[in-house]
Design a protein around this ligand. Structure first.
Ligand code: FES
Ligand code: FES
Length: 189
């Protein structure tokens, strides 16, 4: 099937079976390998991306479901306003093993955007822990990661203009139909 969506601010049209995982379409068809695969079962958070402003596990999303949606991956995080989080991860040594970091960043930025939308304080430590609960770290622990998220939020709050909150979830792009030949994608814009 033909699936059309926006990826990191660029429009994309791809001809691929609708049941292919978004994770594979990102990594294989579009070459966006910053999104990692850990468990492949929705348990580790390594594949976290923003789908219409919400954090999702790309390993669980059939690509048919993203028709008409807006997706941000770690490659588009800086342009989407999340650069201060990346800088804080580097500054505080929170990019620990590397393969979990993209998912951590996307979950952290998704939590920040959601806090803005809901009028909540993104700095609430329990809120940060809860937001990262689905992103597993089995190496040196979460302390540096949570400190870096908090520092990144501080920097984001100091910016002259806060990033526009990502779009609210949309409906009407959930087409489970399958089909199509070998996948290939094109990015425009
Ligand atoms: S690879 Fe998707 S949650 Fe683990
Ligand atoms: S940051 Fe990847 S296992 Fe800890």
């Amino acid at each position: 099937m033909i699936v059309t969506f926006t990826i990191n601010g660029r429009s994309c049209q791809i001809d691929v079976p609708g049941d292919h995982r978004l994770l594979d379409v990102l990594r294989v068809n579009l070459g966006l390998t910053g999104t990692k695969e850990g468990c492949g079962e929705g348990e580790c958070g390594a594949c976290s991306v923003l789908l219409d402003g919400q954090v999702v596990n790309a390993c669980l999303i059939p690509v048919a479901q993203v028709d008409g949606a807006q997706i941000v991956t770690v490659e588009g995080l800086e342009a989407a306003g999340g650069g201060p989080l990346q800088e804080a991860f580097v500054a505080l040594g929170a990019a620990q093993c590397g393969s979990c970091t993209p998912g951590m960043l996307m979950s952290a930025y998704g939590h920040f955007l959601e806090s803005l939308r809901n009028g909540d304080d993104p700095q609430d430590r329990e809120g940060i822990r809860h937001a990262l609960a689905g992103n597993l770290c089995r190496c040196t622990g979460y302390q540096k990661i949570i400190d870096a998220v908090s520092k990144g939020y501080e920097e984001l709050a100091r910016m002259p203009s806060l990033p526009p909150a990502a779009p609210a979830p949309q409906t009407g792009h959930n087409d489970p139909s399958h089909g199509g030949g070998p996948g290939h994608g094109s990015l425009t814009g």
